[in-house]
Design a protein around this ligand. Sequence first.
Ligand code: ADP
Length: 186
Amino acid sequence: MHKVIAIYPGSFDPPTNGHLDLIERGSKIFDELVVAILRNPEKAPLFSVTERAAMLETLTKDYTNVRVDTFDGLTVDYAVKVSATCVLRGIRAVSDYEYELQMALMNRKLRPDLETVFMMPADKYSYLSSRLVREVAQLGGSIQGLVPELVDQSLHARLDPAYKLRDLVVEEAKLLKRKPKPRKKS
Ligand code: ADP
């Protein structure tokens, strides 16, 4: 019997427990699962592709049939390159459905033999997105339980110095604005 290889493409900036939930489910139904990080030069990411790949490699090291890779260009071309016959995508809410359906049908038009497989995460992760995690973390909110410990630490390491620097700049600006009081003439 031939091996079924699937790719799981995305930005993973940063990887969340929702992504990991899907990776675990995918690893159970596919012989091989390639987590494929999109190298998107237009987006200014929080973590570089290398950093995201390192995080995902550590987080998936216990799955023997999961590997991490990066790609650019068309997803369908990348799928052919790694001999994948399936694309794994996550559906969180109805809002995901419209875009995902469009993309799946476009990919089918480009490559009819490539199947898109949708999986749902555990409901506790169904509202979770990398964008939301970034926004909450940037504003100092807790993201405990939503991302793996490793990602939480990386977010702190990335954002804390930026916040300290911002606070310093604000303080300095305040000091500079404070005009010296005119001296009374005696
Ligand atoms: P996002 O910013 O939405 O997390 P990604 O590009 O990293 O974006 O997502 C890659 C894939 O993972 C997409 O198919 C997306 O629907 C899916 N995904 C992202 N978060 C979750 C989640 N919490 N549960 C299930 N699937 C998810």
